[in-house]
Design a protein around this ligand. Structure first.
Ligand code: ATP
Length: 262
């Protein structure tokens, strides 16, 4: 089980100035009057774990999580939430498991979308989601019980309740991986289909080339035969010329004619 040790917010919703929330051993409570930002804190935690729905962040678009300004303070263009995790028991996915402590940061810039970093290194949203899913938590974790959630869980359809059981069984990470594996499989299938097309085209080309090769061989054989026949004819002409050396020119011409028409 992953242990959160610190949450830092800057420019996120009502937390315009950087704020550190320490999560000490035991129970950490946040107390305050209505509208002071308690839910914003829980939302910050859900957001840094990879929440992708602006609606679930009580906004119209994701940029709405950036401090929108008040009468006395201008709006910001950047919001950042960082969560500090204790990984001393080394149970994070392999790509993050070389560190005792993990610092997961999500930053959003107005109009440019979100970026994620783990210990300063940029990673994909999916990597962060998987990190928390493996730890049986995440943006949609049933461990985050916000206002109205208990009633919703009681009235949930069996298929929705399944998520709760899967999380308790610690297989949420496997579920996410299966989804990713299915996407990869589909991509591989598309590649295979494209390969089949390429193979069919190449086979057609091969058939054409084989035909051309056969014609070239035939041409070579016939050209050889022609050369040999011509050489023979010349040889015979030379023999006749030699035999007729000193004979009557008319007889020589007759013999040559005989050879040529043979
Ligand atoms: P309650 O106890 O009534 O549920 P709460 O303590 O959970 O309240 P939140 O709902 O977390 O309070 O905070 C709401 C406050 O956050 C509102 O005052 C709202 O104006 C402010 N707020 C929300 N989004 C932004 C934003 N993008 N920029 C500035 N302030 C914001």
């Amino acid at each position: 089980m992953v242990q959160f040790t610190k949450l830092r917010l800057a420019g996120f919703k009502s937390f315009v100035d950087p704020v550190d929330l320490l999560v000490e051993p035991g129970v950490t409570g946040i107390v305050g009057p209505n509208g002071c930002g308690k839910s914003n804190l829980v939302e910050a935690l859900r957001w840094v774990m990879g929440e992708s729905s602006a609606k679930r962040m009580r906004g119209g678009e994701m940029d709405d999580v950036i401090f929108a300004g008040t009468a006395s303070r201008p709006a910001r263009n950047l919001a950042q939430v960082m969560v500090h995790l204790d990984n001393s028991d080394r149970r994070a996915p392999a790509m993050f498991n070389q560190h005792d402590e993990l610092e997961v940061t999500r930053t959003i810039e107005r109009g440019s979308g979100s970026t994620y970093k783990v210990n300063g290194r940029e990673v994909r949203a999916r990597d962060v989601q998987l990190l928390f899913a493996d730890a049986a938590t995440g943006a949609h974790s049933t461990a985050l019980v916000s206002q109205g959630r208990v009633g919703a869980l009681i009235n949930a359809r069996p298929t929705d309740r399944r998520a709760l059981l899967e999380e308790a069984a610690g297989i949420t990470g496997l579920h996410n991986r299966r989804h990713e594996a299915e996407l990869r499989l589909r991509a591989a299938e598309t590649n295979l289909e494209r390969l089949d097309d390429v193979i069919a085209t190449l086979e057609q080309q091969l058939r054409g080339l084989k035909k051309q090769a056969r014609q070239a061989t035939r041409y070579r054989n016939i050209a050889g035969q022609i050369r040999r026949t011509e050489a023979l004819a010349l040889h015979l002409e030379a023999e006749v010329a030699k035999a007729a050396y000193g004979a009557e020119p008319k007889i020589v011409i007759e013999r040559i004619r005989l050879i040529s028409s043979a």
